[in-house]
Write a protein that binds this ligand. Structure first.
Ligand code: HEM
Length: 503
């Protein structure tokens, strides 16, 4: 009796798996091509076999066989990968692809709802929250060059002083951990958002940044278990990294909540709002009898959280990558310094008129964006309706992955993508020239909100750093690694450098 029962169970299971297998691979006739999707795991095995930790490398390899638009399955999640700049430009700018993919795991960060700007629900309330944030940030100086420059100057004065002190105390050696520039670059944004500037070694902030970084490293948008099987967050919270992430959310939400309460108690927001948080508090009061209002404490915490994360992490990682690449490429460093010395008088800060003359600085930054690839898969998108990409059918709810890393390393386009060569962004006259394949800030309505600030920060930081210092490998140590620390963003590994002051 038992063997018959076993056979029956086995038979039914096999049949079920076969039906699933056929449905996955042959059911959707017009879907983009892609690797076999096995029941339960989908294409995760094939991705892991090509590159277990860097899913974007696997997507680029698969592109050779399946093309620029390809179907994959990540555990339980149906996904389509866009593998070329042209495809991203064509489709990520359309309304059908303007919402974010935001599953139960991603919603844990924002009170189990789709709140904030990064993951805000398209079109609303995302649209209103993004417009509100930009408008009020502008009221407090965002986008106004002189106001932003005065904060950047203060930050740079401190950074130069701190670096000089550090190298005096450590025989010229400085340790660039992944948070080195974080508080400094965050301050420029935070002064407008919250009217606050933090000490670069503020212990509370450093602790939050550390947990935030661990959180960012414990997940990615390409092949992490929590993405593929969101329900595992409650079944295996330790093993999947969920416990660590929950601690981070608690810490960051607590930090924002505390600040909001301080401002509320102060009450200035009612008469003379001093920053974006004050303006939002006034909106909360104004909408308190509206049950559908997006202006809530939770929404404000989510927005602060989004801007805290994006405003600090990506810019400081890009700066770190730039110094690392300069250590590996001393000739580029020399050219950079020659240009800076010829444009910006020694001992002075650059001013806006210098920006258009700093061609090699801009080319070096463009090349850093390309090779560092800080946002290797952009931000997760979703197909908001049943739709088509050319002749391929994309079902509503499909997770859309933009393989930006693949675009930045495309051999056909860049010829020698593995080399750090800023000259590729210069024309014959030595003037900076953009390349349509370099879109580090994304596409369409969901493109980066912070691009003007990030670009300005990067230009001024690199100019001042290279005006004052030269960076070399630490003596008697191996060259610092350029292998990324993979996570939601591609960070650089901590590295040690010998720094010399320039006379
Ligand atoms: C080097 C620095 C930065 C890089 C490379 C970068 C890159 C990106 C990318 C690739 C996206 C996703 C775009 C898409 O899905 O098409 C994004 C979104 C975003 N970024 Fe940045 N970013 C940087 C700095 C900043 C800064 C300084 C801020 C803060 C002011 C910021 C705020 C945001 C926000 C709020 C979003 C979400 C936009 C939305 O969904 O509407 N970013 N960023």
């Amino acid at each position: 009796m038992i063997p018959i029962l076993l056979c029956l169970v086995f038979g039914v299971l096999s049949l079920l798996l076969l039906v699933l297998f056929i449905r996955e691979n042959f059911g959707t006739k017009k879907a983009p091509p892609g690797p076999f999707r096995f029941p339960l795991v989908g294409s995760l095995i094939q991705i892991a076999m090509i590159h277990p930790t860097q899913p974007y490398v696997a997507f680029s390899k698969m592109r050779e066989k399946y093309g620029d638009i390809m179907t994959i399955k990540l555990g339980s999640v149906d996904a389509v990968v866009f593998n070329s700049g042209d495809v991203m430009e064509e489709y990520l700018t359309k309304t059908e692809f303007s919402d974010r993919y935001c599953n139960a795991w991603m919603q844990e960060r924002t009170f189990h709802k789709q709140l904030g700007i990064i993951f805000g629900k398209y079109p609303d309330p995302w649209q209103e929250m993004r417009r509100f944030s930009i408008r009020t940030l502008r009221d407090f100086g965002y986008g106004k060059r002189n106001k932003m420059l005065s904060v950047i100057h203060d930050e740079l004065t401190d950074i130069v002083y701190e670096l000089k002190t550090s190298i005096n105390e450590n025989n010229g050696i400085h340790n660039f951990d992944s948070c080195y520039f974080t508080i400094s670059t965050l301050n420029v944004l935070w002064s407008m958002l919250a009217g606050v500037r933090y000490e670069h070694r503020d212990p509370k902030l450093l602790r939050i940044l550390k947990v935030m970084q661990e959180m960012m490293e414990s997940c990615n948008f390409g092949n992490s278990f929590l993405l593929a099987y969101p329900q595992w967050k409650d079944w295996f919270p330790n093993w999947t990294g969920m416990t660590l992430q929950r601690n981070c959310f608690k810490e960051m939400n607590g930090f924002c909540q505390e600040f909001i309460e301080e401002r509320r108690k102060l009450g200035i927001y009612k008469t003379e709002p001093e920053n974006v948080v004050d303006e939002f508090l006034a909106e909360i009061d104004a909408h308190q009898h509206d049950s559908d209002t997006p202006y809530t404490d939770q929404q404000l915490i989510a927005i602060m959280n989004d801007l805290f994360m994006t405003g600090s992490e990506s810019t400081s990682q890009t700066l770190g990558w730039c110094i690392l690449y300069l250590i590996h490429n001393p000739k580029v460093q020399e050219k950079l310094q020659a240009e800076i010395d010829s444009v910006v008088p020694k001992g002075t800060f650059p001013v806006p008129e210098h920006e258009s003359q700093l061609h090699y600085v801009r080319a070096t930054l463009a090349e850093t964006h390309r090779l560092g690839s800080v946002a290797p898969l952009l931000g997760p998108r979703v197909a908001g309706t049943d739709t088509f990409c050319g002749s391929y059918f994309i079902r509503k709810g499909t997770y859309i992955i933009a393989n930006m890393h693949g675009v930045f390393r495309d051999k056909k386009h860049w010829k020698d993508p593995e080399n750090f060569r800023p000259e590729r962004f210069l024309d014959n006259g030595g003037n900076f020239k953009n390349d349509n394949w370099l879109k580090p800030f994304g596409f369409g309505k969901r493109a980066c909100l912070g691009e003007p600030l990030a670009s300005m920060n990067l230009l001024y930081y690199v100019t001042i750093l290279l005006q004052n210092f030269s960076f070399f490998p630490a003596p008697n140590e191996s060259m610092p690694s350029t292998e990324p620390v993979v996570g939601v963003t591609n960070g650089h590994q901590p590295f040690r450098a010998l720094i010399k002051c320039r006379s």
